[in-house]
Design a protein around this ligand. Structure first.
Ligand code: NAP
Length: 264
């Protein structure tokens, strides 16, 4: 069995998750590439991870696992596949997420869309973290040199109002509390828990609003006047995965070009 560290990155067939997976591969992590339905994108990410690792002198393994994070049976399957293939878990990155379905105004938003979004963006990460944490506790109880970690990708939408994406904003805000809850509960087991809060990142999710954000960024919305890239988030995950923040848990890392800074 391969001895390299193993990470599950949810929603890593495309976008930010793919950037995270590639960055982790570049420092020698073996990877579980989770996706919802786009098998060819997932296969391409697996290939790209193997190449990224090799270019940096590492031999890793990577598999893709189709599993809807909003579905309990699928989440169990994702962990079981990881167990069967790798037998260990060093890092869970809760990245998979969907945007607000239909982007309806707060006064028109439907319960159906709300439930679907909450299932993927909040319930999924919570119960996947719970199940992964149980496995990690089992690992650390047998080998106290291990320090597995959980990283959750939230969003500036967790504290920035968009009245046509209320469900998305609320789910992202709740992920901040989720991180703190698990940080406190898991500290005694040597498991640190972090939130990464990305700003505006170029991906399929933001492609439909590209022109709007081009304009806002050009007008100085962010002190660093450019779009964020998936690898910007990936490098932040690598710093955490590399154990550079051993005495920090429940911490929020803003990867947003300075968006969060209030200005007068
Ligand atoms: P994206 O380009 O739309 O990619 C979404 C990824 O998640 C794909 O790999 C997709 O798989 C997967 N996915 C979607 N629903 C899933 C489900 N139910 N179960 C498992 N996987 C699922 O999105 P992104 O921009 O990279 O966003 C990734 C995360 O970052 C999200 O949580 C998002 O809220 C957050 N975020 C994004 C931005 C931004 O500006 N882009 C900013 C802040 C935070 P398939 O390929 O199979 O569809």
């Amino acid at each position: 069995m391969l001895v390299s560290k193993v990470a599950i990155v949810t929603g890593s067939s495309r976008g930010i998750g793919r950037g995270i997976a590639l960055s982790l591969a570049g420092v020698g992590y073996s990877l579980v590439i989770n996706y919802a339905g786009n098998a060819s994108a997932a296969a391409s990410t697996v290939e790209a991870c193997l190449v990224a690792a090799k270019e940096n002198g590492y031999e890793i393994d990577a598999i893709s696992v189709r599993a809807d994070i909003g579905d309990a049976t699928a989440r169990e399957y994702l962990l079981q596949e990881t167990r069967n293939h790798f037998g260990r878990l060093d890092l869970l990155v809760n990245n998979a997420g969907i945007t607000s379905i239909g982007r309806a105004d707060l006064l028109d938003a439907t319960e159906e869309a709300f439930d679907t979004l909450m299932g993927v963006n909040l319930k999924g990460p919570f119960f996947l973290s719970q199940a992964a944490a149980r496995w990690m506790i089992d690992e650390t109880s047998k080998d106290q040199t291990l320090h597995p970690k959980i990283v959750t990708i939230s969003s500036i939408s967790g504290y920035t109002v968009s009245v046509n994406r209320g469900d998305y904003c609320m789910a992202k805000a709740a992920l901040g509390m989720m991180t703190k809850l698990f940080a406190v509960r898991l500290a005694e087991h040597g498991i640190n828990v972090y939130e990464i809060c990305p700003g505006i990142i170029a991906s399929d999710m933001t492609a439909p609003v590209k022109e709007k954000y081009d304009r806002l960024i050009g007008d100085g919305l962010t002190p660093i006047r450019r779009w964020g890239l998936p690898e910007d988030v990936g490098q932040a995950v690598v710093a955490i995965a590399d154990d550079q923040f051993r005495f920090s848990t429940g911490e929020v890392f803003n990867v947003d070009g300075g968006f969060h800074i209030r200005q007068l």
